[in-house]
Design a protein around this ligand. Sequence first.
Ligand code: A3P
Length: 262
Amino acid sequence: LSMFKEYFQYKGISFPELIYSAQGLREAENGFRVRDDDIFNVTYQKSGTVWMLEILSLIRSNGDPSWCRTVPNWERGPWYETILGLRMAQGNRSPRIISSHLPIQLFAKSFFRSKAKVVYTVRNPKDVLVSLYHFAQIFRPYKEPGRMDQFLERFLEGDGECRGGGGWHCSAPTWRAPGGGLATDPRPYSPPPQDLRGSIQRICRFLGRELEDQALDAVVANASFQAMKQNKMSNFSLSPSFLLDQSKKSFLRKGGAGPGNW
Ligand code: A3P
């Protein structure tokens, strides 16, 4: 499979060619038609993308977990810049949830003329580094991460080698910069895991989808690390092995933060 571990450059950022193509990225940027009721789930990778995807899916379903238990997360909220995700996103019914790791300068142009919303999740880059180091060992499109000290150096340099869509520096800071998605919105936030319920409530308010107490409880319960680990539609156990090798480690690794997590 090593022959697939090739990268190409698109506008100065490297992408692994097993899941991205230049044509797909061009279409995501220039051709993708954003709808006003789209909700974008944007992150730098390993920052809690699928966790936020689960929260957004459950809010969309008013706390009812059936959608999350019957449809894989990558279909519920496809990564629209990937080869497979683009078609899924185009075909999904509104209101769509669309995931992305793109830096803002490569984002769908039509987004900036729309009323669509972005929920951007930020995670402490120290935790991101550790999570990515483990992930790069099981995600087939990425090169082997090598030793941690070397990996750390490359991470700090913003090198895109083990990471589709550029380094951390290309993502969080670009989305926060003046004129960026978050800065134009008066309600920026990053959900602290310590207060999951309160964070979900704030997300609901931002989306204009306030939930009854019971529905909110159901979102909290079904978006927990344990619930997601047990749900085969959310734990990537259905992911084909040419993409993910979970024989060594699982995608939902520890789900914590800080030194205890490293
Ligand atoms: P760890 O590798 O530190 O465990 P992404 O979805 O952006 O790839 O991020 C994956 C990280 O989010 C993993 O971190 C994963 O365990 C964590 N995660 C996913 N769902 C979670 C949840 N419900 N609660 C806490 N962490 C979660």
